[in-house]
Design a protein around this ligand. Structure first.
Ligand code: HEC
Length: 125
């Protein structure tokens, strides 16, 4: 029994590391699954708007702004958007209407979805 426990304690971390490496390797292109993007915590889990915003983010935004909003083709959003847009309606307007290569989302997403994903960028990323 003691030998078995020692054997597992050595193998499990190696398997966990390999799984993480595989996940990182596959996360590169295309849209992300909801499990890749930053999770909700505590009261956020009960907030239907943030739950929807997280889905909208994973499906539409990560290919340019990065899974964590760290930036890529588009600028870093994590920790930046509240400073850049003190008034949430200005960020909603930019996401709705687009700017340069930032697409306009008002024809593809409902107004509530745009508000939800904007809240996710401000409250979760
Ligand atoms: C095709 C790439 C692309 C996609 C997809 C994309 N963005 Fe952007 N985004 C950009 C670029 C590029 C900018 C910079 C626009 C500029 O200032 O010229 C930008 C800017 C922004 C800004 C303003 C950032 C700031 O602080 O000035 C926000 C907010 C934003 N995007 C949110 C989103 C959201 C939310 C989604 C998903 C619904 C999204 N973007 C999808 C490329 C993209």
């Amino acid at each position: 029994m003691a030998v078995g426990a020692r054997w597992w304690s050595r193998v499990v971390p190696v398997l966990a590391a390999a799984t993480l490496l595989l996940a990182a390797g596959c996360g590169g292109g295309g849209s992300s699954s909801a499990s890749d993007v930053p999770a909700l915590h505590g009261t956020q889990l009960q907030d239907a708007g943030l739950v929807e915003g997280r889905k909208v983010w994973a499906a539409n935004c990560t290919r340019c702004h990065g899974v964590n909003g760290q930036g890529g083709i588009g600028p870093k959003l994590a920790g930046a958007v509240v400073g850049d847009f003190p008034d949430i309606s200005d960020e909603i307007a930019l996401v709705s209407n687009g700017k340069g290569i930032m697409p306009a989302w008002k024809n593809d997403l409902a107004p509530a979805q745009i508000r939800d994903v904007v809240r996710y960028t401000r409250e979760v990323l």
